[in-house]
Design a protein around this ligand. Structure first.
Ligand code: ATP
Length: 944
């Protein structure tokens, strides 16, 4: 094979970085880009011509080729016509046929080590070692439960890894991440996205968030997970349209990872369409409680997201307060995720009444096992005929419990951790203070009713700023904090703006405002100013938009300038400070106006729900149930609020008990499975701390001429050497980068690059070592007693090759793997007598010239040994294929069984969905039948 560089439609090229794509065909060329179809992988890729990682395939006389209908031929001559090759090739009957290159099979492999060895193109021994190591690590990591979860710059928290470990492994996960405020849903989502990308389950990801959170997401994804998202907004769209007036490109297609605000999509029909057409594997929507299905306009948030969710196979919705807008809204979001399971709202509501019974049944299954005769009738009642298959699974207790959780709870779809089950949260200290209600409000009656929660609303700014006692109190309180930072939250943007101006100009407090009247950039600037520990603002005055999603846990004083209407909103506000990373007790300051609806609201929250001191899961359901009485209590000054407080408290106690026994108990079972999470964390830490990574990198740096210098404890500077070809490290800056392999150091020192097996730089290195020919042919000498000098052995390395469309997700059942055999000319397998490491220790390099001279003599023996090794590989392949078929059957068979069981309850489950999984099963099996163990490396060993 040779390489040349002119593109013509119909030519055959191979991707150097991803040989698994098979042989590509040039299908399109424009002035800068070339598009190739890869029929073996059912993919199309477009490359910039200038630096396309492609190699032209031109077979030579003597080479074996196959046509697309799999006819074997031998090349006898090659002719070139207008840039396209025509092979004159001999068939098995001895006839010469003309085969245009376009007719060649796409299922091909390249850079055959045999061809390289016999052509005398050896690599250094170190390169062979690195190749074997890369294959071993690749196979180990592929099979590791830690896969995709290594190298995140986060603390390993059990409740997060429990969820991430479960969801990240799913094909097309559709889940609601609903941890209580501040427990790390963004981090859970990041872990899932990272793992889905690392495992190839997803590559195109769209994140949709409220506008104020766009940058925070961008930064979190980059600094914690090394995932570089691009923002699409109307400005980006305008820019593209201007640059390419003729046919403006779809801005969502410019990047694999995109963040876009929900407002951008609701405001622009065109961007909505483009987002829908851009083809995604995963959609993430933060603060999903805003999605309200009762608003049916095309541009309403629910319609926009459900339009996307219908087209995108994986969907993660995030909300800390899933029931904030009521149970109906909660149901609608679950329906959006899994319409088969959540099709009937009345049934869903009935089910909620049965949660305690399901929970009790799961407990009984855990204690006696599902086949206990007392349980069978009850289990059959809930699970029907599917019970028999579940009981027959490897872990029947788990299988039956999961099925109960999924089909009669919200098991598969909803994950919620609560503070009650996650330790390490700070205490909350309350500072309520009743202030006199000023005549300004009393005279106008603006202190009553729901509107009385923000009584300043109808008054001139100068009036309320001077008369409302909360303003002077705020000024005094901030002064009393002696330089400590405080987050001030109020409901209205106008109030926030006025207060901030007042504090800044009248009181001389360094402050910033954060509200919807500011642009995105201005808001992020304000948040950064507040976060700055040296010269930063001492107070950030937020409207309600600051009460969602933002990370302000570097402050510990929260000032609630007013109180929100609902308990969930209150929890969102407190959650800005009460979140992971908050090391101090939180001081919550609550000024309220005596004898006003603020005082009543304070009493209902505090004495009725106890919602300031701790999160109150019963708060929202109780509020919904008594909402009209609650709001009229705010309205009516003549009625004593005590009776209402009592009602709320009683309902809250009863609801809390019911939730604890039912919904919360079920959710807890599902969300955090501590044992599993701990063993996952152990697996991740074993990989992160592995000395092998250090050794692997040291060898790679040596081969590619990268220099390293000590920088400090656990850190080194790496930079390109003088004559370095850079190989897999093209992005290494000239002045180098400072790296650490230690996670704790990386979490503390964000300026260091955290290298792990899953860092893009190491991934590129692994790919370089496994997808190119480097290191696949070597010669070595060995001194060992007991073997006659001049004896020739052959170390062979095989890798599994099985091109299949990416969406089949074959690696889930057929993981990448490699095999090594050390054989002698008599076909003895010496692999365990002389393992690879031992052979490395005992062997020395042979000079290239000497090896080339020895080649003609050893070649016949080596060819025989290759045959022997291929024999071993052939029988091993059948074992690998059998295991893969079983795994595939288990995985997709389980999906089919679930859908059939759901079909019994819900006739809306379509047969076509069941057929889809069955056809995937058939396609997967066909692909497994085509798998091969392919020779991937050869090292000739001559004893000295
Ligand atoms: N494992 C972790 N390691 C380090 N920091 C973390 C971890 N988990 C969460 N954090 C930090 O804790 C804070 C809260 O996390 P996050 O924003 O993901 O919570 P959330 O559940 O999405 O909050 P909200 O309900 O307010 O949207 C963030 O500052 C985040 O960076």
């Amino acid at each position: 094979m040779e390489v040349d560089l002119e593109f013509v439609v119909g030519q055959r090229w191979v991707s150097q970085s991803d040989a698994a794509l098979g042989l590509g065909i040039v299908t399109g060329i424009d002035d800068r880009r070339v598009t190739l179809g890869f029929p073996a992988a059912d993919e199309e890729r477009t490359y910039a011509m200038e630096n396309a990682p492609l190699a032209r395939i031109r077979y030579q006389p003597g080479d074996a080729i196959r046509t697309f209908d799999d006819e074997p031929l031998t090349v006898r001559a090659v002719e070139e016509v207008d840039g396209l090759l025509v092979y004159h090739a001999e068939d098995q009957g001895g006839d010469i046929r003309e085969v245009p290159e376009v007719r060649l099979t796409s299922h091909v492999r390249f850079t055959d080590p045999r061809q390289r060895l016999f052509a005398g193109r050896f690599d250094r021994n170190a390169a062979f070692r690195l190749r074997v190591a890369a294959r071993d690590h690749e196979a180990r990591l592929q099979a590791s439960p830690a896969r995709g979860l290594i190298g995140a710059r986060t603390q390993h928290l059990t409740h997060q890894l429990s969820i991430a470990g479960d969801v990240a492994r799913r094909y097309a996960p559709r889940v609601l991440l609903a941890d209580e405020v501040g427990l790390g849903k963004t981090i859970e989502a990041g872990l899932i996205l990272h793992a889905q990308r690392a495992t190839g389950l997803a590559s195109r990801i769209l994140i949709v968030v409220p506008e104020p959170l766009v940058n925070q997401w961008l930064v979190e994804m980059l600094r914690r997970f090394q995932m570089a998202f691009s923002i699409v907004d109307s400005a980006a769209q305008a820019e593209l349209a201007e640059a390419e007036e003729e046919a403006p490109e779809n801005p969502f297609e410019q990047s694999q990872l995109v963040i876009c605000s929900l407002d951008t999509l609701t405001n622009s029909a065109r961007l909505r369409d483009e987002a829908g057409q851009a083809g995604w594997d995963l959609l993430v929507v933060d603060e999903a409680h805003h999605l309200d299905a009762s608003d049916e306009r095309d541009d309403a948030p629910y319609s926009v997201v459900s339009g996307l969710a219908e087209r995108i196979r994986g969907v993660l919705l995030l909300t800390a307060t899933p029931e904030q807008a009521g149970v109906a809204g909660h149901f609608d979001r679950l329906r959006l995720l899994d319409p088969d399971r959540f099709s009937d709202r009345a049934r869903f509501e009935r089910e909620q009444g049965q949660y305690a019974e399901i929970n009790e049944l799961i407990e009984a299954v855990a204690s006696t096992g599902p086949d206990h005769p007392d349980l069978t009738p009850r289990l059959r009642h809930w699970l029907g005929d599917s019970l028999d298959a579940l009981v027959a699974e490897d872990d029947p207790v788990q299988a039956v419990s999961d099925a109960l959780l999924d089909r009669h709870g919200t098991g598969r779809v909803l994950f919620r951790n609560t503070r009650a089950s996650v330790s390490g949260f700070p205490e909350r200290r309350l500072h309520p203070l009743a202030l006199d209600c000023p005549s300004l409000y009393r005279d106008s009656g603006s202190h009553r009713g729901e509107a009385g929660l923000t009584p300043e609303a109808g008054h001139a700014e100068t009036d309320w700023l001077s008369e409302d006692p909360r303003v002077a109190w705020l000024e005094r309180t901030l002064a009393g904090l002696k330089g400590e930072k405080a987050l001030v939250i109020c409901a209205r943007a106008e109030t926030a703006e006025a207060l901030e101006r007042y504090l800044q100009l009248q009181a001389g407090v360094r402050s910033a405002a954060f509200h919807e009247g500011l642009s995105l950039v201005e808001r992020d600037r304000a948040a950064a100013y507040f976060a700055d520990t040296e010269q930063g603002a001492r107070a950030l005055i937020c409207s309600e938009i600051g009460s969602e999603g933002r990370n302000f846990q570097f402050a510990r004083h929260l000032i609630l300038f007013d109180l929100p209407v609902t308990p969930d909103r209150l929890e969102q506000r407190i959650g800005r400070l009460d979140r992971i990373g908050q090391g101090d007790t939180i001081d919550i300051h609550i000024p309220y106006l005596a004898d006003s609806s603020q005082a009543i609201q304070y009493g209902l929250f505090n004495d009725g729900l106890d919602a300031f001191a701790r999160p109150c899961p019963a708060g929202m359901p109780v509020f919904e149930r008594v909402q009209s009485d609650w709001l009229s209590a705010l309205d009516d000054p003549s009625r004593s609020p005590d009776a209402m407080v009592r009602t709320v408290r009683e309902q809250c106690d009863a609801m809390r008990q019911a939730l604890e026994a039912g919904r919360d108990a079920l959710l807890e079972r599902n969300a955090c499975r501590p044992e599993r999470a701990r063993s996952l964390i152990e697996a991740i830490e074993t990989e992160e701390q592995s000395p092998e990574l250090h050794a692997f990198l040291a060898e790679a740096f040596d081969i590619f001429g990268v220099e390293t210098d000590y920088h400090g404890p656990h850190s080194e500077v790496v930079k390109p050497g003088d004559h370095s070809p850079l190989g897999p490290f093209p992005e290494l800056p000239d002045d180098g980068l400072t790296m650490t392999l230690d996670r704790a150091t990386a979490v503390e020192r964000e300026d260091l690059t955290f290298l792990s097996w899953e860092h893009p730089m190491i991934q590129a290195l692994m790919e370089h070592m496994t997808a190119t020919e480097l290191g696949n042919a070597a010669f070595v000498t060995l001194s060992v007693k007991g073997l006659q000098p001049g004896t020739v052995l052959l170390e062979t390395l095989f890798r599994l090759h099985c091109p299949a469309p990416a969406d089949l997700q074959l690696p889930l059942s057929l993981p990448v793997t490699s095999r090594r055999w050390l054989v002698d000319v008599n076909g003895r397998d010496l692999s365990s007598v002389l393992p690879h490491d031992r052979l490395n220790n005992l062997s020395r390099n042979l000079r290239r010239k000497t090896a080339q001279e020895a080649l003609p003599q050893v070649r016949p023996g080596v060819e025989t040994m290759i045959d022997h090794a291929e024999g071993f590989a052939a029988s091993e392949l059948t074992v690998i294929q059998d295991e893969a078929r079983q795994r595939l059957e288990q995985q997709l068979g389980g999906e089919v069984a679930r859908l059939k069981a759901l079909q019994g309850i819900n006739p809306a489950v379509r047969q076509s969905e069941i057929d889809f999984f069955e056809s995937r099963l058939a396609a997967g099996q066909e692909a497994i039948d085509r798998a091969e163990l392919v020779l991937d490396g050869l090292r000739v060993v001559i004893t000295a």
